[in-house]
Structure formats: structure tokens, C-alpha cells
Design a protein around this ligand. Structure first.
Ligand SMILES: [Zn+2]
Length: 310
């Protein structure tokens, strides 16, 4: 019986692979650094195929027991055609027919999608978003993204770009963002801009993790830093809540490790700034799956793409 899925999370730092069984458990895993292959697209694709075969061999799972392979990638993906349109942080990836290339190498069905969308699928089926039909799943990190589950299905938009919350303008004027716009949310709470702001407060640039450590010890400046971050995010989310009326917002990504310092302010800002009915409805929770979301969501992607319910 075909019951396994190989989930692959292609990140700017590592490529993580996991073999997921039918109850959504990762029974075997491996990873390799993306950096070693960052200069050559074809070598990276080869390395992914080799890692899949190694993973199956190590778990003694024959290829005939595998339903398919799901990949999440950090960029603009066309899941219907199986093309990677563009990866902003990995050079050389433009209009790559990745699905076809991997299917030829592995002789298994391959499905691809944007990583934030795959994380949303994972949190919806296996994590904090379980049981909701209207869900916004945020990924806060170097980039700020989201995946939208609306009416019980993943919403992709006309060109698969739906959910690009990081490029929601917070103001009419402001600092230029690398998307070409100005005053985007990501320009305020993307990782590197948080580090910039920390420089003003602490006199040196601190990674969000370090500011989190200070906040844990009760450092007033660190606590204020997270409160301000939550205010910026909350303003953007007030718009999202008014637009989509979600039941739940799941906050994930590296920066979300500091969710406990932001939660109260986020909820306060939403209550104050969003419309009363959707503001009272929405729950704001932390993502549960964290590092495994990319792998587990790939299982959901494969099942849905093959027309099986999960
Ligand atoms: Zn932008």
C-alpha cells in the first residue's frame, strides 16, 4: 500500500527532508546545507533526488510504498504547472520545471508550492489551526509571509501570490522595500529591520533571539521592543481581520519564538483597531509545528493534489 510521503523543505540555509507516515508522523529525516549547491541549480536538484533515495533506503521503505513527494520552496511557485517561477534568495532559479525534472529522476509524483502556503497546510491539518475553516498562518522571519485557508481550502489567488502579507503597505510614505514598494510591513518587522531597530535601543544590533533572551530576564527595553513589534504587526493584522474575518491567526516563523512577549499587545491592537465582530471572533495563537511544518505540510499538499482527503 502506498502510504508514505517524502516532505521536503527547501530553505536558504538547509534542505530538510522527512518521511511522513499516514498518521502524519515523521519516521525518518535528513538534511543538507543549501549553501554547498547554491551556485548550481542542477546540482541542487541532483542533491535533492539523491537525498530522497538515501532517506528511503535508510528507512527500508521501497519506492513502491511512496504516494508522492512534496516540496516547499521560498519564492514564487506555480503549483499547477510545477514551475518554480523565481526564488529571491537562491540564485539561478527562474522558470524551472522542477516537478518534471524531479519526476524524471525519481519516478514518483512530485508536487511543489510556496513554503508559507505549505506551513499553513501543516498548521491547519496537524497544528494550532486544526478544526478551523478560516485561517491566516503567519511566518515571521527574514521575510514576512502568510498562507491563507479560506472556506476550508488553501487560497492561492490568480497568480499564486496570495498571502504576501510582508508587502502590505503600513503607510502611504516610508522606507523603500526590496519589493519595489514603500512602507511595507516586512520593512518594519522583517528580521534584518528588527536588528536595525535593536541597534537604536541597545546600542548594538541584536538578533531577535538575543532580544528574546533579554525579555525573558525581564529587561524593560527588550519588553518594549517586542511590544512595539506587536503594535506594528497588530496594525497590519487589523486590516487582515477586517478583510477576511478569520477564526484564527497562527503566528509562526523564527520571530514567533517571542510570541509570549507580543500576544497581549497583538490582541489589544486588534480589539482597538479592527471591526468589533471580526475582532471578537479571531483567536491569535502560536504555531505548534515550528521546524517540522514544511515537511508535514508537504504531506497535505501531496494528498490534496492526488485528490485524497486527509
Ligand atoms: Zn515590500
Amino acid at each position: 500500500m502506498k502510504r508514505f510521503v517524502v516532505g521536503i523543505d527547501v530553505g536558504g540555509t538547509n534542505v530538510k527532508l522527512g518521511l511522513v507516515n499516514s498518521s502524519g508522523r515523521i519516521i525518518s529525516r535528513t538534511y543538507f546545507p543549501t549553501k554547498s549547491y547554491i551556485r548550481s541549480r542542477n546540482k541542487l536538484i541532483d542533491a535533492i533526488a539523491q537525498a530522497v533515495l538515501r532517506l528511503l533506503r535508510a528507512a527500508r521503505v521501497p519506492q513502491s510504498s511512496v504516494l508522492g513527494i512534496g516540496l516547499g520552496l521560498p519564492g514564487l511557485i506555480d503549483p499547477q504547472r510545477g514551475f518554480v517561477n523565481f526564488l529571491p534568495n537562491i540564485p539561478g532559479w527562474k522558470n524551472v520545471p522542477l516537478k518534471k525534472m524531479l519526476e524524471k529522476k525519481l519516478r514518483l509524483p512530485v508536487f511543489i508550492d510556496n513554503d508559507a502556503k505549505i506551513v499553513a497546510l501543516a498548521e491547519w491539518k496537524f497544528g494550532s489551526g486544526r478544526g478551523f475553516d478560516h485561517l491566516v498562518c503567519l511566518t515571521l522571519g527574514t521575510g514576512v509571509g502568510s498562507g491563507l485557508i479560506l472556506d476550508g481550502r488553501l487560497y492561492r489567488g490568480a497568480d499564486n501570490t496570495a498571502g504576501e502579507l510582508g508587502h502590505l503597505p503600513l503607510n502611504e510614505k516610508g522606507a523603500a522595500c526590496n519589493c519595489g514598494g514603500v512602507a511595507c510591513l516586512e520593512r518594519t518587522i522583517g528580521n534584518r529591520y528588527l536588528v536595525q531597530r535593536s541597534r537604536k535601543i541597545f546600542g548594538k544590533g541584536l538578533e531577535p533571539q538575543a532580544v528574546g533572551k533579554l525579555a525573558k530576564r525581564g529587561d524593560a527595553r527588550a519588553l518594549r521592543f517586542w511590544k512595539e513589534t506587536a503594535e506594528h504587526l497588530g496594525n497590519a493584522l487589523a486590516g487582515v481581520v477586517n478583510l477576511l474575518n478569520p477564526q484564527c491567526i497562527v503566528v509562526g516563523g523564527g520571530v514567533a519564538n517571542n510570541f509570549r512577549f507580543m500576544r497581549k499587545t497583538l490582541i489589544e491592537v486588534l480589539r482597538r483597531r479592527a471591526l468589533r465582530v471580526p475582532a471578537r471572533r479571531v483567536k491569535v495563537v502560536r504555531a505548534r509545528l515550528v521546524k517540522d511544518a514544511g515537511i508535514l505540510g508537504a504531506r497535505v499538499l501531496v494528498e490534496q493534489s492526488l485528490g485524497r482527503s486527509s
